[in-house]
Design a binder for this molecule. Sequence first.
Ligand code: NAG
Ligand code: NAG
Ligand code: NAG
Ligand code: NAG
Ligand code: NAG
Ligand code: NAG
Ligand code: NAG
Ligand code: NAG
Ligand code: NAG
Ligand code: NAG
Ligand code: NAG
Length: 371
Amino acid sequence: MQWSLYLLILMGQCCFFTCRLYEYHFIAENKSWSEAQRYCREKYTDLAKVFDMTDMSRLRNSTQNQGEAWIGLNNNTGGNRTWHWSLPGVEYIQNDSSWNLNGRQNWEPYPGNCGRKREKLADVSCEYPMWFICYDEMKKDNKRLYFIQDTKLNWTQAQSYCRYNYTDLASGLDQVDGKEMKALIKSKDSKFSAWIGLFRDSWRWSDGSDFSFRYWDMQLFNDEQSNKTCAMTLLNRSGKWSSDECDKEKPFFCYDDKLILIKENKTWEEALNYCENNYKRLVSITNPEVQRWVQETAKNADSPYVWIGLSYKCTLGLWLWGSDYVVCYEKWATEGKTEGCDMSVGVDRGGQHEWFSRRNNETYNFICSKQ
Ligand SMILES: *[C@@H]1O[C@H](CO)[C@@H](O)[C@H](O)[C@H]1NC(C)=O
Ligand SMILES: *[C@@H]1O[C@H](CO)[C@@H](O)[C@H](O)[C@H]1NC(C)=O
Ligand SMILES: *[C@@H]1O[C@H](CO)[C@@H](O)[C@H](O)[C@H]1NC(C)=O
Ligand SMILES: *[C@@H]1O[C@H](CO)[C@@H](O)[C@H](O)[C@H]1NC(C)=O
Ligand SMILES: *[C@@H]1O[C@H](CO)[C@@H](O)[C@H](O)[C@H]1NC(C)=O
Ligand SMILES: *[C@@H]1O[C@H](CO)[C@@H](O)[C@H](O)[C@H]1NC(C)=O
Ligand SMILES: *[C@@H]1O[C@H](CO)[C@@H](O)[C@H](O)[C@H]1NC(C)=O
Ligand SMILES: *[C@@H]1O[C@H](CO)[C@@H](O)[C@H](O)[C@H]1NC(C)=O
Ligand SMILES: *[C@@H]1O[C@H](CO)[C@@H](O)[C@H](O)[C@H]1NC(C)=O
Ligand SMILES: *[C@@H]1O[C@H](CO)[C@@H](O)[C@H](O)[C@H]1NC(C)=O
Ligand SMILES: *[C@@H]1O[C@H](CO)[C@@H](O)[C@H](O)[C@H]1NC(C)=O
């Protein structure tokens, strides 16, 4: 018993799950965007979506081809623009108390599709050169926000500057309305305006996810009213994106999800067996990236919780993934953790998608992993 406990804890030190939750497939057949979409939905999950620069690199690495290829982004929303935060993974949630459209200065060009910060937020034209505020996740010098005022740049340039020298433009209300920002603003002359990582567009991913990452080739792409409403990657221009008419025929990228939501209600044991028989296992969440992906998946469930592979092992007095691995990343809800011989873990379909102990015999949807 002592010995096996020791072994288990050792195994739990690292995250064994590599962070590839979807795979890209390049299809070297010429198809229109909609035919390509149909093909991907039949053979894989959908046309490719791209979360961040790492995904973009993986996408490019999945082919030797140097031409143009469709990706799963299109502009068929009739001009319904929605706001996004530049930093991948930060969801935009409208909060009117953060905005003040009447607070625009009369020199500010508006309305526009990028967000700037004074005391409050307002939308102004992206072309305008301004100071800007970068976010750095490394927290060098014990701070995360940097006010750049030695140069004025337009929004796109400011974004490149922050992505190159820091992590991204300041993104999310935690950053933009938080303590650190308040202190930063207090120290400035009250007349400043600065770009933050807020933009809006009418482009949507084929599978409905709200990934905010865009990689437009600004020399070729123009987000103006036109009949070019489907997005492609230009593999000979570092994979940067442009748009074309959707009925043109091109090769394309599909993605294949490694996690699959089973919309059937089963007990935890039944779910475990189902996944082991049909895929590989009931999903294990071993890092924030998998958690993020599970959250996206859980949103589509029709039960209030979604089973994951974590359960309480009475004999050992431990929470284990499957029957082997101890927990190295956790996302329990406050007061969500109850130890008991008949307890397993369900991820909340709504809210913050945190973990809750639920009785094994309750029946929920569940997420299987193909790897
Ligand atoms: C797709 O079309 C391009 C240009 O029209 C052509 O060069 C290429 O050979 C075609 N590929 C296939 C697989 O048919
Ligand atoms: C893509 O390939 C390049 C060069 O082979 C490599 O440096 C890079 O790490 C790869 N990217 C990913 C995400 O695997
Ligand atoms: C990239 O490919 C396009 C055709 O897809 C071609 O027109 C263009 O000249 C190529 N550019 C470079 C730099 O090779
Ligand atoms: C996308 O569609 C909207 C509304 O039709 C339009 O304002 C925008 O300019 C379009 N972009 C492109 C590249 O067609
Ligand atoms: C615009 O898009 C958003 C998000 O996709 C949606 O919630 C909203 O209903 C749409 N509005 C219109 C007028 O289509
Ligand atoms: C909006 O922001 C205010 C101030 O930060 C906060 O008190 C409020 O709860 C937020 N509202 C929503 C709906 O998130
Ligand atoms: C920002 O400036 C660059 C370089 O002058 C230009 O190519 C780009 O189109 C500008 N972007 C916007 C949104 O105005
Ligand atoms: C990074 O910061 C330096 C100044 O510290 C600036 O000259 C450079 O242009 C920035 N890089 C990018 C890609 O904007
Ligand atoms: C799109 O617009 C271009 C130029 O205005 C035109 O030549 C082309 O025929 C149009 N395509 C479609 C599918 O309407
Ligand atoms: C699963 O249970 C939920 C209630 O918890 C119910 O709304 C849903 O319809 C059930 N799904 C199936 C496929 O039976
Ligand atoms: C689950 O088991 C508990 C305790 O054994 C029991 O009280 C409860 O009624 C059971 N629930 C269901 C849905 O079977």
